[in-house]
Design a binder for this molecule. Structure first.
Ligand code: HEM
Length: 204
């Protein structure tokens, strides 16, 4: 399996898979298959895929360790950039369909609605992570500084969950949110246990 993941074709295949949601909603938009409210569908679908790609990024290290597949690490940057790709689409869909690109109205909305503020904070935190995803930036920053910056991904996961939770609080519909909370808690819990174990080993 690890050999398969090291194949040259593995990355283009992953790229194609990550593009599928975008291609589907674009096709759905042009063929009027996005239901009674296509604008809402597009805002929500791009939000969903932002969060799903974020869960995938957080799952790379646990899966790599538990399944003994070191090659999985080579996909983390691409999946991380797809988090940013979908959040930019999400923000654009919101700005276009919900707010008609009225910047002053968007600014007012960010202040007025806490769930939008959390989403916006998530977007602001994601931007430097996307900007520093390239080898040149990693070399320029140095490994240690780069790693501490990229720990922001844990804050972004929390902001994304809060954003989704507060958005659904208005509709009293928490099922999907709780599934994401459980998954991200498990991925974070695995990291905490691993860190505690490694500290215990060091102190023995
Ligand atoms: C500038 C940043 C953001 C803005 C303005 C924004 C705005 C919105 C809006 C307007 C909705 C739909 C509300 C509704 O239909 O009632 C939404 C839903 C959502 N957003 Fe965001 N968002 C932002 C960032 C994010 C980020 C960073 C994430 C993930 C980490 C995210 C994930 C979601 C999810 C999962 C939904 C729910 C979709 C569903 O109902 O299935 N959003 N967002």
């Amino acid at each position: 399996m690890n050999k398969l993941l090291l194949r040259v074709a593995a990355k283009p295949v992953l790229f194609g898979l990550c593009m599928l949601p975008f291609l589907w909603v674009t096709y759905g938009a042009f063929t009027s298959q996005l239901g009674a409210n296509p604008a809402e569908y597009l805002v929500r679908a791009t939000g969903d895929w932002t969060l799903r790609c974020l869960c995938l990024v957080l799952a790379v290290t646990p899966l790599r360790t538990l399944l003994k597949l070191p090659a999985l690490a080579r996909f983390r940057r691409m999946i991380g950039l797809f988090v940013y790709f979908y959040v930019v689409l999400h923000l654009l869909a919101y700005a276009w369909f919900d707010m008609s690109f009225e910047l002053s109205e968007i600014a007012k909305d960010i202040v007025k609605r806490p769930f939008i503020l959390m989403g916006f904070a998530g977007f602001v935190c994601l931007t430097p992570l996307a900007a520093t995803s390239f080898n040149r930036m990693i070399r320029w920053m140095g490994g240690a500084r780069w790693q501490s910056l990229h720990r922001l991904v844990y804050v972004i996961a929390g902001l994304g969950l809060l954003h989704f939770f507060w958005m659904r609080a208005g509709k009293n519909n928490f099922t999907e949110v709780l599934a994401y909370v459980a998954l991200i808690s498990a991925l974070m819990g695995w990291r905490i246990v691993k860190t505690l174990n490694s500290h215990r080993l060091i102190n023995q």
